[in-house]
Design a protein around this ligand. Sequence first.
Ligand code: NAP
Length: 289
Amino acid sequence: MPAQILDGSATAKKVREEIKAETEEIKSRTGKTPHLAVIIVGEDPASVTYVKMKKKACLSAGMHSTVHELPADSSQEEIKDIINALNADPDVHGIMVQHPVPKHLDELDILATVSREKDVDGISRDSLGSLVTGEPIFISATPAGIIELLDRYNIPIEGKHAVVVGRSIILGKPVALYLLNRNATVTICHTRTRNLAAITQQADILVAAVGKPEVIDGSMLKDGVVVIDAGYNKVEGRAKDVGDVEFESAAAKASWITPVPGGVGPMTIAMLLKNTLKAAKRQMGAGPQ
Ligand code: NAP
């Protein structure tokens, strides 16, 4: 049977409609508007596009969004001063620093400045540490989007063997921890993994977080696997971005699969909005999160 599609675009639309409705309810009840502040350092074209998308998404959900555009040669202290001011501003509920920051900066140190209550991106040391202890306030948006997608399609996680290919701080490691917290048995693979295919072939759930076009194909998967492809890769001569998974051969083996685009990507922004709403509710004392 051909794989069924995990439709991230449709699911994200539904999540965003729910968030919008709840945002409007909170605004009318408290008179306050959830507010996400985004800091972008430099003018990396992809980052500029992502930041614009985040602002647009906030506005369409009825939230405020302010963007702090800083020059590429900003110092560590200048950026931290802005974050500290945003931490102290009661009208700002969520803060995110667009990844990556220019190479001369210490990104982990910058992220550590964001207060835990406002770390809606969930990738500070504090937030990642709380994912290890199993008590996170915010889970970073892409990992959270992946789990939300599985949950909304009622795909069981507990007891499954989840293989995550990639171990970055923003994606591979947190999604692996989140799957572990949900009682999957988790294997993490990376560039030093020997015989990757022998491991991916054992996956009930395969999460590709590699950043290389189509490095995983159907021959590396077992029948019935659930494939989550977080990759977005530009390939010369191809009209569309491609994932880390070769779709056709993987879809022939999978029970469920995310397309690229239209799978994990749209879920990421939806989860950033969800985290911002949660942050606002916690800080306003406006009901259950
Ligand atoms: P990253 O920081 O470059 O990490 C890539 C990981 O993949 C590393 O851990 C690396 O291993 C591993 N890897 C690379 N080549 C491999 C190979 N041939 N075999 C096994 N492992 C390999 O990338 P990232 O930031 O996590 O992003 C990964 C992908 O997800 C990218 O395509 C990115 O665009 C996409 N992404 C999408 C979203 C979204 O949908 N919203 C958000 C974030 C990222 P080592 O650690 O050994 O180097």
